[in-house]
Design a protein around this ligand. Structure first.
Ligand SMILES: [Fe+2]
Length: 226
């Protein structure tokens, strides 16, 4: 049933006096509204980047190397194209989008990470991007490595200029086996899991140039609630 149809039926019930028999939860459920499903909030985790530590002075939108002259990080490169919108699907500009993740071995660049796998000196473990007028952002990275007890994921902090921030995590369809065993992933409702899980398809980096490089690319739409 479409959200409009649901709302119509609820309004009809309220009008007929039968609304009082509808459990209160029905009104608190965000799926009732006509707007988009807000992207769920998830824990920030212990590995939020500390810009002061070595190698974290780089935070541009290419995580696959520290700067243009440095060697390339290990791992399968991917592109994430994202957008930030409000519940009415209006693009939000000047939103700060921070992403941080593990390198190919599953290590974070963070003193709290006691994992003994090696760090990748060429990987830029985080990025800070700002959305444009169209609410769009994109970054180049690698598929994150898996680390104990978690499925591969990328952390996000979304900070709009005049609204509270959202912290969430993004997952990959191609990690379905691990996703199913991940407690944080499985605690989300099915619709929410779908909203934070991206598929990857080969796409040209520059869609207007057929000779440009092709990389696995995924789309992540972030919907900010009120
Ligand atoms: Fe994590």
């Amino acid at each position: 049933m479409t959200p409009s149809r649901r709302r119509f039926l609820l309004q009809a019930l309220i009008g007929s006096g039968l609304g009082a028999t509808i459990p209160r939860l029905a009104f608190a459920d965000p799926w009732w509204s006509d707007g988009l499903l807000p992207t769920p909030s998830q824990t920030k985790g212990p590995f939020y980047p500390i810009p002061e530590i070595d190698k974290q002075k780089y935070y541009d939108a290419d995580l696959t190397r520290l700067d243009e002259k440095s060697p390339v990080a290990d791992g399968e490169q991917i592109i994430v194209r994202g957008s930030v919108v409000d519940l009415e699907d209006r693009p939000l500009n000047k939103v700060i989008v921070e992403v941080w993740q593990a390198c190919a071995t599953g290590r974070y660049n963070h003193p709290q990470d006691r994992n003994d796998r090696p760090m990748d000196p060429n990987f830029q473990y985080w990025a800070r991007i700002v959305t444009g007028q169209d609410g769009l952002f994109s970054f180049r990275t690698i598929q994150p490595g898996k680390y104990p007890a978690r499925t591969p994921h990328i952390h996000y902090r979304i900070a709009p200029p005049n609204q509270s921030e959202l912290v969430t995590q993004m997952y990959f369809e191609n990690q379905a086996e691990h996703n199913r065993r991940d407690g944080l992933y499985m605690e989300l409702k099915a619709e929410q899991r779908k909203a934070v899980t991206i598929g990857l398809e080969s796409q040209l980096l520059d869609t207007a140039n057929p000779k440009s490089e092709s990389l696995p690319t995924g789309n992540f739409k972030i919907v900010l609630g009120s």
